[in-house]
Structures are given as C-alpha cells and as structure tokens.
Design a protein around this ligand. Structure first.
Ligand SMILES: NC(=O)c1ccc[n+]([C@@H]2O[C@H](COP(=O)([O-])OP(=O)(O)OC[C@H]3O[C@@H](n4cnc5c(N)ncnc54)[C@H](OP(=O)(O)O)[C@@H]3O)[C@@H](O)[C@H]2O)c1
Length: 236
C-alpha cells in the first residue's frame, strides 16, 4: 500500500501504541482518522492533526465500532486501511479473574476488533488492509493471563481465517504481535496486578514497523526476544 495519501482509521488512537501509529502514518503522508473511547483524550490525540476526523466508540458496544468506521469513511471519502490498536488486560489466576472479567476481555480484545473489520470489509477494495494488535500471548499463553491470552489468540485465529477468505480480493490482513512494550499498559489492568516485568520494547519502534508492514503489504509483525520488531511478508 502506498502510505502517502492513504486514508487510515486508527481505533485506539488515545493509547500509547495507537497514538504512535497515528504519528508514524501521518508523518509518512497518510490521511488519518482517529477513534477512541474518551472524548477529551480523543480531542487531545487529534489536536496535532488538522482536519483529521474523529469518532467515538466503546469496545463494549459493537454498533459503536461499526459506526466509527462508517463516520470516518464518509469524512475521508473512503478508507484504505483500518488499524485496531486498543485492548484491555487482566492479571491473576483463573479463579480470581472470574467470568465477568473474562467476558470483558473477550468483548474488547476479540469481538470489538471483529466488529470494526466486519464494517470495514464491506467497503475496502483491492490494495487496502486491516491490521490489529494481538501480542505474543496469542502464540504463547501465559500463566496469570489466561483470559487475556485466550482473547488475543481468538483475534489471531479470526485474522488468519479472514486473511484466507480475502486473499483473492486483494485486501491484506496484518497481525501486529509484539512482546511486552513500555507503554504502561500492564499498569492499567481491568483486574489484578501485573507480575514483575522485564523492560519492554519501544512502542515507537513498533509503530514505525507497523507503517513499514502496511507499506510492504506484509502479514505479520512480531518482535524478537531483544524486543526489536521484525516484519514478515507471510504470516506463519
Ligand atoms: N504494552 C504491551 O506490553 C503490549 C504488548 C503486546 C500487545 N499489546 C496490545 O497493544 C494494544 C495497545 O495497548 P498499549 O500498550 O498502547 O496500552 P494503552 O496505552 O493502555 O492503550 C490501550 C488503549 O485501549 C483503549 N481501550 C481500552 N478499553 C477500551 C474500551 N472498552 N473501549 C474503547 N477503547 C478501549 C484505551 O482507551 P482509553 O484511552 O479510553 O483508556 C487505549 O486507547 C492493546 O491491544 C494491547 O493488548 C500491548
């Protein structure tokens, strides 16, 4: 995909990684639209991008996700890519986390991204892309993070199936699967407390790699054990 002039919706633009992705894409000439939950944080995030459309959504409300796609698509005269960078985490043994939190994580981390993409896939044409942040837990589930790992594995699996469904249409599916990043995400869980974590990777490096992956029509972005990003043309 040619990023210069591309119309890209970033959902979760108020987050650290989402905000860095917006900056990286805008710096490369993309026309960005920002979606987020909190109105004042969303206005703050958008303030650096004159005329960038914004849309509010709550990941707990799938119709608001579809609406954000429709509104920003109208505002930009169509979309070339939708990047989902929001998410929620909880920590603790499964019996402590409980059903309600598990349901929350599945809604935010799997069902809401799927709602964004379902709405987008109605309109995206050849050469366009959808992209979502999963995480290394999608391939290696972690103790104390069972429901978070399961929700990200569900999203990974959904993306894999959609990639194969859409291959002949020219719509690309990019999975962004980083290891731990220094964004403070682990310090903002919906339940529990993060275990001691090693120093994480740099979200700005991952954001730059997201832009490169979109430009290269790549299918997977992962990080090495030393946290440096790797873009892979084909997902495995
Ligand atoms: N940081 C890591 O170590 C790491 C590693 C691998 C993958 N990831 C993934 O990276 C993504 C971005 O996280 P981050 O590290 O940038 O953390 P972050 O700064 O805390 O960003 C999280 C984002 O998710 C949004 N969000 C949470 N619940 C929501 C809801 N119900 N409705 C709408 N938006 C909601 C937050 O919105 P508000 O601004 O309204 O709170 C925020 O924009 C997540 O999917 C996370 O799972 C993170």
């Amino acid at each position: 995909m040619k990023l210069s002039g591309a119309r890209v919706l970033v959902a979760g633009a108020t987050g650290v990684l989402g905000g860095a992705i917006v900056t990286e894409l805008a710096d490369r000439g993309a026309r960005v639209a920002l979606a987020g939950r909190d109105p004042s944080r969303l206005a703050q995030a958008a303030s650096a991008y004159a005329h960038a459309p914004t849309a509010r959504f709550d990941a707990y409300d799938p119709e608001s996700c579809a609406r954000a796609v429709r509104e920003t698509s109208v505002a930009l005269g169509g979309l070339d890519a939708v990047v989902v960078a929001f998410g929620a985490v909880a920590f603790g043994a499964v019996e402590d986390v409980g059903d309600e939190v598990a349901e929350h994580l599945m809604a935010v981390n799997y069902l809401a991204p799927a709602a964004f993409f379902r709405a987008a896939l109605d309109t995206l044409g050849p050469g366009s892309a959808i992209a979502a942040v999963t995480g290394v837990v999608a391939e290696r589930a972690q103790p104390g993070m069972a429901d978070y790992s399961a929700s990200k594995a569900a999203l990974r699996s959904w993306l894999d199936a959609v990639r194969r469904e859409r291959r002949s249409t020219g719509v690309r599916v990019l999975e962004i699967r980083p290891g731990h990043l220094d964004t403070g995400f682990a310090q903002r869980p919906v339940a529990g407390t993060a275990p001691p974590l090693p120093k994480g990777g740099d979200p700005h490096e991952v954001a730059a790699a997201v832009a490169e992956a979109l430009a290269a029509d790549a299918e997977l972005l992962r990080t090495r054990p030393d946290a440096t990003p790797v873009v892979e043309r084909r997902a495995r």
